[in-house]
Ligand binder design. Structure first.
Ligand code: AMP
Ligand code: ZN
Length: 501
């Protein structure tokens, strides 16, 4: 059984889905006023990993993530740039989707936008007003936190101590706090200021508060209750406390069955944030770093713990990824050079047992509140064991089968965590210069148009020439490849090529 840490219960609990075999998840999305930084990315990658693991464990997952496309920060940016809020939001919504694709994060099943869900929000606000959970003041509508018994339970705060997350002053200079019945009461609906985006409502033109959108959208797309509500730990209060209060007050039911929060990505022990200026934008990091390496870095820390980011750690994660890739390439190469009739040199029974152990260790680590560092440990152990077993060996066909099975286990388990090693390797060969195709045509009679195949054809031609003691042709192939940046290494198991660029 999968165990997860539930923020509200403050302990790990066994996960029983509301509907057998299914998981409904809602993870708060970005406010689209600029490109996201790698702190934001950590939260999205954490929940992407959790989602992928549920899928691998056979669950049918429905994953909803909103886009907050109306907000003070968007309006401010639009005003600074002389654009409409809708233009700013559209630009950064697309940039966010592009960034998530570049980082290898799966698309949500539904990605609702706040501005397209105003009716659902108005219905919810109306329901809260009708049920005496909300009150209107001059076109603003506030949630009355004392009308709902459970306020503070998620974050473990006392209502009387709780402070409002909103400290914005109105255009008329009057503090919001003065207008509310209780300091922790929060806006469900905000009266429009001149020039701001506004929608008609029973309380006059205005726009939704931030919290109401997630309540309305999760209800609409997942139904209540749903299984898991997630987000960064900084959202527990006030955002998630408020979402929960308004949703449960309105429906008289449980909102999210479980609450999960990921820890903050930090730099020098300080949260990475726009306001502190200590941020690195995701798309900038991905210009020089492979997405799989960034993912490796994220996976090396448990999703609930703070993650201390540094460029050195990112480089180390990249190196760890390269070691795994090289191990897999080595096995592939040994397997492609396996010889019929060669004696079996591997203990394939224990090799298969090691792969089964890794599989089990991986699963028990991930079942235990998605312990990715321990799961990675199981994969690394297998990599090391297989490496040692195959080192300097010429494999028989039976050996190769066992080695490739272990190799495939490594690739599969990394894939569950969102690290696609085979794609990363394909990317490396995508760097091969296209001139190698012409070289293969000339020296090996190659007729295709694939650089990787061309290299293989050249190596085969060289091996044939060497077998026939045709040293001129063999050297010609080696020199031709060297001229394009390839290095050939002759080993007892045959020639190996690497591209140095
Ligand atoms: P925002 O656009 O600020 O609402 O943030 C979008 C998501 O990123 C939320 O789930 C936040 O919890 C998360 N987030 C913001 N900063 C960090 C950080 N330094 N580390 C991890 N997650 C973060
Ligand atoms: Zn939310």
């Amino acid at each position: 059984m999968i165990k997860l840490y539930d923020t509200k219960l403050r302990r790990k609990v066994g996960f029983t889905p509301l509907e057998q075999g299914k998981v409904s998840m809602y993870v708060c999305g970005p406010t689209v006023y600029n490109r996201i930084h790698i702190g934001n990315a950590r939260t999205f990658i954490s929940f992407d990993t959790i989602r992928r693991y549920f899928i691998w464990r056979g669950f049918d997952v429905t994953y909803v993530q909103n886009v907050t496309d109306v907000d003070d920060k968007i309006i401010t940016r639009a005003a600074q740039e002389g654009r409409t809020a809708a233009e700013v939001a559209a630009e950064y919504t697309q940039a966010f989707i592009d960034d998530m694709h570049a980082a290898g994060v799966m698309d949500p099943d539904v990605r609702p936008k706040a501005t397209e869900e105003i009716d659902a929000m108005l219905d919810l606000v109306q329901q809260l007003v009708d049920g005496d959970h909300a009150y209107e003041v001059d076109g603003d509508v506030y949630f009355d936190v004392r009308s709902y018994d459970g306020y503070g339970q998620l974050s473990g705060r006392d209502v009387e101590e709780a402070e409002s997350g909103h400290r914005t002053l109105r255009a008329d200079g009057q503090g919001l706090e003065d207008r509310k019945r209780h300091e922790a009461d929060f806006a469900l609906w905000k009266a429009a200021k001149p020039g701001e985006p506004a929608w008609d409502s029973p309380w006059g033109p205005g726009r939704p508060g931030w919290h109401i959108e997630c309540s309305a959208m999760s209800h609409k797309y997942l139904g209540l209750p749903f299984d898991i509500h997630g987000g960064g730990a900084d959202l527990v209060f006030p955002h998630h406390e408020n979402e929960r209060a308004q949703s449960e007050a309105a429906c008289g039911c449980t909102f999210a069955n479980h609450w999960m929060h990921s820890g903050m990505l930090q730099v020098n022990s300080e949260k990475m944030s726009k306001s502190l200026g200590n941020f690195l934008l995701l798309h900038e990091v991905l210009e020089t770093t492979r997405p799989a390496a960034l993912r490796m870095l994220m996976l090396q820390t448990h999703y609930r713990s703070p993650l201390d980011f540094s460029v050195e750690r990112l480089d180390e994660a990249d190196a760890a990824l390269t070691r795994i890739e090289n191990a897999l390439k080595n096995i592939d190469w040994l397997a492609s050079n396996a010889t019929d009739g060669a004696p079996d040199v591997l203990d394939s029974v224990s090799l298969r047992a090691l792969a089964t152990d890794a599989h089990e260790d991986f699963m028990s680590a991930m079942d235990d509140d998605f312990n990715a560092p321990a799961a990675l440990g199981a994969i690394f152990t297998l990599v090391g064991e297989v490496n040692t077993m195959v080192a300097d060996k010429s494999l028989s066909v039976a050996d190769a089968e066992a080695a490739v099975a272990a190799r495939n286990t490594i690739a599969e388990l990394l894939g569950v965590l969102g690290v696609d090693v085979d794609a990363a390797a394909a990317e490396a060969s995508a760097d091969y210069p296209l001139e190698v195709i012409a070289l293969a045509e000339q020296l090996a009679g190659y007729g295709g148009s694939d650089a990787e195949e061309a290299v293989e054809a050249l190596l085969e031609a060289r091996a044939r020439a060497r077998a026939e003691k045709d040293w001129g042709t063999a050297d010609g192939v080696r020199d031709g490849l060297a001229g394009l940046g390839f290095v050939i290494e002759d080993t007892p198991q045959g020639a190996r090529v690497s591209y140095e660029g």
